[in-house]
Design a protein around this ligand. Structure first.
Ligand code: NAD
Ligand code: UDP
Length: 425
């Protein structure tokens, strides 16, 4: 019996596509490749300089068994092809984009430790290196899904409220936080009624982008991402480029970044999930930068990938839009994140938590000169909800439970071995 046709959100059949996935070997790319192989008939041209995180999809099937029985084949055999190339300087890129129906660009330097210490590489990677991708898509009438960042919003308007203003206090409410959307309160100017959410909730088509001074090189990344967004938007307006821009809000899960000294450089500083995982694996205190007072909303990678899947298969609803993709219900301060991770890791590893589980460090000590931070990031979900009907599902506790179980399973033994000092003879 023939398989039922796969339908988009408007009931139209979805034709198999060829997708040029740039940055396919990274954290998000690896989950997207898995999803596309397991749940769709699409073909992926996977472009990256590394492929360790998608090796399980690329490896040829094992040799036939000696008894001559039928050899097991990957069901996606032939639908994913790896192209090891650096998009900075490789003439094969345009050919791959021409062969594809849609190009998804994930390639970027996107770890905050690099923004103030390698600002040139950061700006080149996030703006200059993305230019040919946009140009090839535009010149060849190919659809582009470009990954930007929630960091383009920078700091919130609320961060400029006086330190002792009552509006600030409402906001350290943790993961069970109230919905800010409907809270109505008096504004600073005391005669104008404003929605409190306007100070904090980040809306694609309304919120301003507020960065620190040029000396605060932290914003090199956000600024480069904002300029490439503006360029893509202009290509759409002037030359008819079909584009979608994605602004991820702290997507986390297995395979994010690396554990220093195990599958990445010993001195490397990954994003917070991997930093805290590393501390937990080594049984050392989790480092809270400037007291861990910044707030973030974390979304499970598998929920977020579902949103990207909808964008790919619903071009009529996704083209011409900028989408926040995050989970406004999973808001915590970084200090609260650390506390929850300590509890969850103790549960999944069976090890008791350290008595002094966290330690404060200054941002200058941890990241060096020029660091600055986003104070709070709550995504407005109206546009993605209306266009694609997408909502995140997984609670912070549940996503940390499965992610830290993965970290423990994958790294605990390797970390233990690395920490065993050779005994002097
Ligand atoms: P990642 O670092 O895991 O993946 C990026 C991949 O791009 C890496 O595999 C890297 O090797 C590849 N790459 C970089 N430069 C390249 C080049 N010149 N040529 C070929 N390949 C290159 O990062 P990620 O978390 O998967 O993020 C993907 C995208 O999403 C980035 O654009 C990032 O800015 C954006 N983003 C992610 C998050 C998040 O929560 N993970 C948040 C905001 C924005
Ligand atoms: N952070 C921290 N300790 C760490 C790593 C990060 O306190 O070991 C903080 C960092 O200062 C920021 C937040 O955690 O406030 C999130 O950092 P991440 O690197 O994940 O990226 P960001 O959300 O800032 O883009």
């Amino acid at each position: 019996m023939a398989a039922a046709a796969r339908l988009d959100l408007d009931g139209n059949p979805i034709k198999p596509m060829t997708i040029c996935l740039i940055g396919a070997g990274g954290f998000i790319g690896s989950h997207l490749c898995e999803k596309l192989m397991a749940e769709t008939p699409h073909t992926v041209l996977a472009v990256d300089v590394y492929n360790d995180k998608i090796k399980h999809l690329l490896d040829p099937p094992p040799p036939p068994p000696a008894d001559g029985a039928q050899q097991a084949r990957n069901p996606w055999d032939g639908r994913i092809e790896f192209h090891r190339l650096n998009i900075k300087h490789d003439s094969r890129l345009e050919g791959l984009i021409k062969m594809s129906d849609v190009t998804i660009n994930l390639a970027a330097i996107c770890t905050p430790a690099d923004y103030n210490t390698r600002p040139l590489d950061t700006i080149y990677s996030n703006f200059i290196d993305a230019l040919p991708v946009v140009r090839y898509c535009s010149e060849n009438n190919k659809r582009l899904i470009h990954f930007s960042t929630c960091e383009v919003y920078g700091k919130t308007l609320g961060s400029y409220l006086p330190k002792d203003h009552p509006l600030r206090k409402v906001h350290s409410s943790g993961i069970h936080s109230i919905c800010l959307e409907d809270v109505v309160t008096l504004s600073l100017t005391n005669c104008m009624i404003v929605k409190e959410s306007e100070f904090y909730v980040l809306k694609e088509d309304a919120s301003p982008c507020i960065f620190g001074s040029v000396e605060k090189q932290r914003w090199s990344y956000a600024c480069a991402k904002q300029l490439i967004e503006r360029l893509i938007y202009a290509e759409g307006a002037e030359n008819g480029l079909e584009y979608t821009i994605v602004r991820p809000f702290n997507w986390i899960g297995p395979r994010m970044d690396f554990i220093p000294g195990i599958d990445g450089p010993s001195e490397g500083v990954p994003r917070v999930l991997a930093c805290f995982s590393n501390n937990l694996l080594r049984r050392e205190p989790l480092k809270l930068v400037d007291g861990g007072q910044s707030q973030r909303t974390f979304v499970y990678i598998k929920d977020a990938i579902e949103a990207v899947h909808l964008m790919i298969e619903n071009p009529a609803r996704a083209n011409g839009h900028i989408f926040n993709v995050g989970n406004p219900n999973n808001e915590v301060t970084i200090k609260q994140l650390a506390e929850i991770m300590v509890q969850v890791y103790s549960k999944v590893s069976g090890e008791p938590p350290l008595e002094a589980a966290t330690i404060d460090v200054s941002s200058k000590q941890f990241y060096g000169e020029g660091y600055d931070d986003s104070d709070k990031r709550i995504p407005d979900m109206t546009i993605i909800n209306k266009q694609l009907g997408w909502n995140p599902k997984t609670s912070l506790w549940d996503l940390l439970d499965s992610t830290l179980a993965y970290q423990h399973r994958t790294y605990a033994e390797a970390v233990r071995m690395a920490m065993v000092k050779p005994v002097a003879s």
